[in-house]
Design a binder for this molecule. Structure first.
Ligand code: SIN
Length: 481
């Protein structure tokens, strides 16, 4: 079977790409899990956008500042300059962002934005609403329950993908391959990501010698309810703090001002570190919404309200315990500003799996859904300009041994190692221990292919963290005691 486009991943980047591809093309979207089980579905806060042309400069400035000097300024300009366009496109297609009673779009504020510029939908269900909408609009064929285990690469072409569906392994071929598979959440013990977001494609990239960039920059969300049993923890959107929720300790003290003059609205790496340090000193940390009127809370954050009420918290009056958890990786497969993977003619990476340089060392809140929209559209545009036909080539089917005995235990150990030694605050000696574990206990052993891919991604993160000697953005390195 040969397609014009294979898109790996059914989050915002993959689905929006499929909407922009002309309808006469044969497009296949691969989804590892049931289609809704992706990071886009769980995104709460919203989509950042320049509010109008006057705001572009300030949005660029805020993004560059959050990125701590390591963004690619050209990529950031592209992101902001195209933001109004993609939002208009969604509105024209019929998507409904939340509006006030007069029908004006409602913009909220999140950390490190110098003004309210985050659009939201369904109150705190922006990702879910967008995902549902894009799915309804997409005409692409979708295959669920299919994981990519390798890329069919030779020279500067990618001919397709090797996949497995739980029963068999086979090859799928295409003229253009778009990687839109998301981040690395389940490499970490505590995370906010969909459960099968496990760094497979970053691992395949490392396995095949593709360039990964900025992998040390892993972002931890400060306000997560981690006290449930699943690996995926419940995010409590930044927008709560944007609307006035505070962070307090067991004495009710707003301790964040001891760490940064912006308090709760400091960039998220600062807030995460402050909470982490405060907890290490033996304090309990809570998100406090008691200043919210109950009706406002119920309307603006309906899902968060419902979840907490269901588990017995009397929000908004009762505060809830929080902790930081892994949320997003700024680094990924290195692309140009058209989403094209370095060294390839027909391979693109878009969304979280890619590194366009737009986020630098730290992503500004709610720039990720925007990135998925802007860069997937550009990748499609580029792929249409370069209408070259990829030669037909057959690759053997390789039946990788996907799982081996003992893999599960090593996978869990890898997750705790990443959390404890490659987490919010890092030390060189601990990074070296993590690298030793990955190399000696996993990569030099006879493990299954899936664990190998995870470990290769983890190794890229640790190696990059070891190479980055100074603290910057989300990479914070502390001296040895
Ligand atoms: C949130 O709603 O706090 C998450 C938004 C983001 O990750 O940008």
């Amino acid at each position: 079977m040969r397609y014009d486009y294979i898109i790996v991943g059914a989050g915002i980047a993959g689905l929006y790409a499929s909407l922009n591809i002309p309808q006469n093309k044969k497009v296949l979207i691969l989804s590892k899990d049931p289609i809704w089980e992706c990071n886009t579905f769980y995104a709460q806060g919203g989509v950042a956008t320049a509010v109008d042309s006057n705001d572009i400069k300030l949005h660029i400035q805020d993004t560059l500042k959050a990125g701590a000097g390591l963004c690619d300024p050209k990529a950031v300009e592209i992101l902001s300059q195209n933001s109004i366009l993609v939002i208009e496109d969604l509105l024209v297609r019929g998507f409904e962002f939340d509006k006030d009673e007069q029908g004006n779009l409602l913009f909220t504020k999140e950390a490190a934005h110098s003004r309210p510029r985050i659009l939201h939908a369904g109150g705190d269900a922006t990702g879910r609403e967008l995902h549902k909408f894009l799915l309804q609009q997409s005409k692409a064929k979708i295959l669920e329950g299919v994981s990519v285990v390798d890329l069919l690469i030779e020279g500067d072409y990618c001919y397709g993908v090797r996949v497995e569906n739980g029963k068999e392994q086979f090859n799928l071929y295409a003229n253009k391959v778009f990687l839109a598979s998301g981040g690395i959440g389940s490499l970490y013990e505590y995370h906010t990501n969909a459960k099968k977001i496990s760094a497979d494609l970053q691992g395949v990239a490392a396995f095949r010698g593709l360039k990964l960039k900025d992998m040390e920059f892993t972002q931890f969300h400060p306000t997560v309810f981690v006290f449930n049993k699943r690996a995926r923890k419940l995010l409590l959107t930044e927008a709560l703090r944007g609307e006035g929720a505070t962070i307090v300790d067991e004495k009710g003290e707003r301790f964040l001002f001891n760490y940064d003059p912006q308090g709760e609205l400091a960039p998220r790496d600062i807030v995460s570190r402050a909470i982490y340090k405060h907890q290490k000193q033996g304090h309990k940390v809570y998100l406090d919404f008691s200043s919210f009127d109950e009706n406002f809370f119920k309307k603006r954050f309906p899902n968060i309200y419902r979840v907490f009420r269901n588990i017995g918290f009397k929000v908004p009056k009762e505060k809830v315990p929080i902790s930081p958890a892994f949320h997003f990786i700024m680094g990924g497969i290195k692309t140009d500003t058209w989403g094209k993977v370095e060294g390839f003619k027909n391979l693109y990476a878009i969304g979280e799996v890619a590194c366009t340089g737009v986020h630098g060392a730290n992503r500004l809140a709610s720039n990720s859904l925007l990135e998925g929209l802007v860069f997937s559209k550009r990748a499609v545009e580029d792929s249409l300009i370069q209408e070259e036909i990829v030669p037909i080539k057959k690759f053997p089917v390789i039946n990788y041994t996907l799982l081996k005995e003992g893999d599960q235990e090593l996978k869990e150990k890898l997750r705790t190692t990443m959390w404890q030694k490659v987490g919010i605050i890092r030390k060189e000696s601990e990074l070296k221990e993590a690298l030793g574990f990955i190399e000696e206990r996993i990569l030099s052993k006879d493990v299954g292919h899936l664990l190998k891919l995870r470990a290769l991604s983890a190794k890229e993160i640790v190696k990059s963290a070891l190479n980055r000697k100074e603290s910057v953005g989300a990479h914070y390195i502390e001296g040895e005691e």
